[in-house]
Design a binder for this molecule. Structure first.
Ligand SMILES: [Zn+2]
Length: 462
């Protein structure tokens, strides 16, 4: 009976007829005939090259290099295009297709033991779908309710270097959030195959849901005690159903220094990039017309230049970016999408990106710039910062800013309005008097030789 019910659900989902991206593995010089939405395209891989960046951060030794970007030269029916593999890259439209680099061989080899990709037979893996079509199911939801894009300083994405103790590249999305505040909804309907309900799994409380077409998703860091009975193993959940709250559970303990939700996808037995699916799901679920993308993290040696590149900023169809502005740590503003900036002194810097659309929408994002010296000295870490609520804040509402993790350095908060800066507590309340997007800046009260600054945005709506 149970078997019959499961089969029935899969049959029903199959009728919906999701169009998934086509995933192909290619060697350099190899051409494949690829069928996309009923049409055959000749796809050839010409070349893969890599750009690395110096990364003296512990525990990598002095002189360690990590991946910043891969350039992948492809042709479609004889016409050539260069695609980039880098964090926060979206599919590129070319010759009637949307093309996306899932991964490249050297990058996969260095992925690290954690979240390793075991099956990678060729030089590059490319994902393809038809131009004008969504990336996967049109009814996929963003996993968090009442969330805001980049509202905390803790974010990881597909392929990005995780700025933690070990060197590894992230295979999924991480959304920073203050714990016990945000509901997780099922991105798609399906059958729960692994569940931490009711007592937790002693690890990171991962829930796996198997959907139609051999697709499954895993969501972890669910809070034990908040996991709903509907998310028990063997049950069927609907897309959009609330499953649990997030942000507390790591390695069996109810405590995370960097509270976040993690999500990753498996399609036909292989890990696939979450990023394009989830960006599109976010735009369906939330009214935001522009999502500023500063690029996450960069690492470099003192005295070098870094390229600031805002062209990954996501804008809803029908909108255009009217202005890009980079605000450097010294307050200087550069109104260009791309520019180069030199950092002479080691430190942990934050560069702010402000974007505006032609219809007046605005957003901000922050690029973390870790500038190292050859002595392998760590920068001071101030902690991880969050706020709540992150959506529907009105002038006069109290917003709470949290500083989590065990860092003990005294920190000053500048709220980005006319108010006087204050010393950060674990929870610091603040009230904004007017609508707007505010940049909240966290600095060390007693700066060391190596300056350190963190920033988050708070949006107060009209
Ligand atoms: Zn993660």
């Amino acid at each position: 009976m149970k078997q019959f019910l499961l089969t029935g659900v899969f049959a029903l989902l199959a009728i919906v007829g999701y169009a998934w991206p086509v995933y192909i593995h290619l060697n350099t010089g190899e051409t494949q005939d690829v069928l996309v939405a009923g049409k055959t395209y000749q796809i050839k891989l010409h070349k893969v090259s890599y750009t690395r960046e110096p990364n003296n951060r512990k525990p990598a030794s002095i002189g360690a290099q990590t991946f910043k970007e891969a350039q992948v030269v492809l042709s479609v029916n004889g016409a050539t295009v260069t695609l980039l593999q880098r964090p926060y890259e979206m599919p590129v439209v070319f010759k009637g297709l949307r093309l996306y680099v899932e991964n490249t061989r050297e990058w996969v080899k260095k992925a690290g033991k954690f979240q390793a990709i075991e099956y990678f037979p060729k030089e590059a893996k490319i994902a393809i779908c038809q131009e004008g079509k969504p990336w996967g199911p049109e009814d996929m939801h963003f996993p968090l309710l009442k969330y805001r894009w980049r509202s905390s300083m803790y974010n990881n994405t597909w392929g990005s270097l995780v700025p933690g103790r070990s060197v590894y590249y992230h295979h999924g999305e991480d959304y920073g959030l203050m714990y016990d505040k945000f509901d997780i909804q099922a991105p798609l309907g399906g059958v729960v195959t692994t569940s931490p309900f009711p007592n937790g799994d002693g690890q990171s409380n991962g829930l796996i849901v198997a959907c139609a077409d051999d697709f499954s998703y895993r969501i972890s860091h669910m809070n034990t005690g908040s996991i709903k009975a509907i998310a028990a193993k063997g049950l069927t959940v609907r897309g959009g159903q609330v499953l649990a709250q997030s942000g507390r559970t790591f390695q069996g303990a109810e405590k995370m220094g960097n509270p976040h939700l993690h999500m990753n996808f498996i399609y036909k037995g292989e890990a696939v990039s979450t990023y394009p699916f989830i960006v599109e799901a976010y735009l369906r679920d939330y009214p935001d017309n522009v999502l500023a993308v500063a690029g996450g993290y960069v690492t470099m040696m003192a005295g070098e230049e870094v390229e600031l590149d805002a062209i990954r900023t996501v804008v809803r169809d029908g909108y255009k970016i009217a202005e890009y502005a980079w605000e450097l740590p010294d307050g200087k503003i550069i109104k260009k999408a791309k520019t180069k900036v030199r950092f002479d002194k080691p430190g942990n810097y934050t560069v702010a990106l402000h974007v505006k659309t032609d219809k007046g929408d605005e957003d901000r994002d922050f690029l973390k710039v870790y500038v190292f010296n050859p002595q392998k000295e760590n920068n001071d870490y101030l902690g991880v910062f969050y706020h709540f609520p992150v959506r529907d804040i009105k002038a006069g509402d109290e917003v709470n800013i949290w500083r989590t993790s065990g860092f003990k350095i005294p920190v000053t908060i500048d709220f980005g309005d006319d108010s006087a800066p204050v010393r950060a507590k674990v929870k610091t309340p603040h009230t904004y008097k007017k609508p707007g997007i505010y940049t909240v800046t966290f600095t060390s009260v007693t700066p060391s030789e190596r300056p350190t600054t963190e920033k988050i945005k708070i949006v107060v709506e009209k």
